[in-house]
Design a protein around this ligand. Structure first.
Ligand SMILES: C[S@@+](CC[C@H](N)C(=O)[O-])C[C@H]1O[C@@H](n2cnc3c(N)ncnc32)[C@H](O)[C@@H]1O
Length: 302
């Protein structure tokens, strides 16, 4: 079985999960993802039997309903997706628009799965009225129902009896964290948040977010933060306050598909920040704590 990813999702960390995983201490009781999206890191950790308990949260309620369907009623979800997928043939455009309207009326999780499988870049976009408004991607047909069935069942097996789901603002879910957990934070990009795009239902306020990081440090709750990135010369690197005492790691994320389309051959990098209590758990002897700096030792640890 390969690692299942039934929820197509722009911003998914599926290609980075294996590079983030070694920063999670072996004896971690529980992984908490307050910005779970498609949950690539949790899926990776469950697949490799590294962690056995998860708290997954996202402000996007239909997305969490989709997670709930996968974990508690996968057969029904598979049947409906199969029906929707077959019904689209020969009238793809009209059918997609119809399902999008139905989703905006009902917020039903099976409609969201179909839309994510068929929309441009698997990108969740809502307009100012909170209506999903992403268009159809004409070049793809969406994941075949048989592949979808296999992936949904595999994810169900991995997480159904190990996971608590929430759809709250991340600040509320952080209240559940203890020093025995690791919190993985993958918020929407700050750059986009400042431009007030409708990429997600809600964008995060940076000052409020930094206050939460401080709070996590005060409570000695270990956390890993994915924040910004850079492609070639385009820097999105974002300095976080030194008082947070975070250790900076730069991860090579491979080639950016956008850059490849533009004929450029540039590597994308993603920034990761490790909290002081996480570093302590990981063993100061292996990972130096000067901050910020790139950890070239990382590949050897993995
Ligand atoms: C970059 S994506 C996470 C991607 C995820 N790591 C994955 O592998 O798919 C950020 C997520 O944060 C969610 N989000 C945005 N604002 C939020 C908030 N205030 N509280 C909780 N979740 C939020 C979005 O709905 C989105 O799914």
């Amino acid at each position: 079985m390969t690692i299942p990813h039934p929820i197509p999702y722009q911003g998914s960390k599926r290609h980075l999960a294996k590079k983030i995983a070694p920063f999670i201490p072996a004896n971690t009781h529980r992984l908490i993802e307050p910005f779970v999206g498609s949950g690539a890191l949790s899926i990776y950790m469950a697949y490799h039997h590294i962690i056995h308990q998860f708290i997954l949260n996202d402000i996007n309620a239909p997305l969490i309903h989709l997670w709930d369907s996968i974990l508690s009623d996968p057969i029904r979800l598979i049947k409906t997706y199969t029906l929707l997928w077959h019904n689209q043939h020969g009238r793809e455009r009209r059918y997609y628009d119809l399902i999008r309207t139905r989703f905006n009326q009902t917020h039903a999780p099976y409609y969201l799965l179909y839309l994510l499988a068929r929309c441009v870049k698997a990108s969740v976009r809502y307009n100012a009225d909170g209506h999903f408004n992403q268009s159809l991607d004409n070049r793809r047909k969406g994941k075949h129902p048989e592949t979808m069935r296999r992936e949904i069942m595999a994810l169900h097996q991995l997480l159904h009896n190990k996971t608590r789901l929430y759809s709250q603002d991340y600040v509320r879910v952080l209240q559940l964290a203890t020093p025995d957990d690791v919190v993985y934070l993958d918020p929407p990009y700050v750059g986009l948040a400042q431009k007030r795009t409708s990429r997600y239902l809600q964008t995060i306020d940076e000052a409020r977010f930094l206050k939460q990081l401080e709070w996590l440090n005060d409570k000695h709750i270990p956390f890993i933060l994915s924040y910004d990135g850079r492609t070639g010369q385009n820097q999105f690197h974002h300095q976080l306050p030194e008082t947070l005492n975070l250790t900076y790691v730069e991860l090579e994320a491979g080639r950016s598909s956008q850059q490849t389309l533009l004929g450029r051959n540039e590597i994308t990098y993603e920034s990761l920040y490790l909290s002081p209590s996480l570093i302590k758990k990981l063993n100061n002897a292996i990972i130096p704590t000067q901050s910020p700096r790139q950890l070239s030792l990382f590949e050897e640890i993995a």
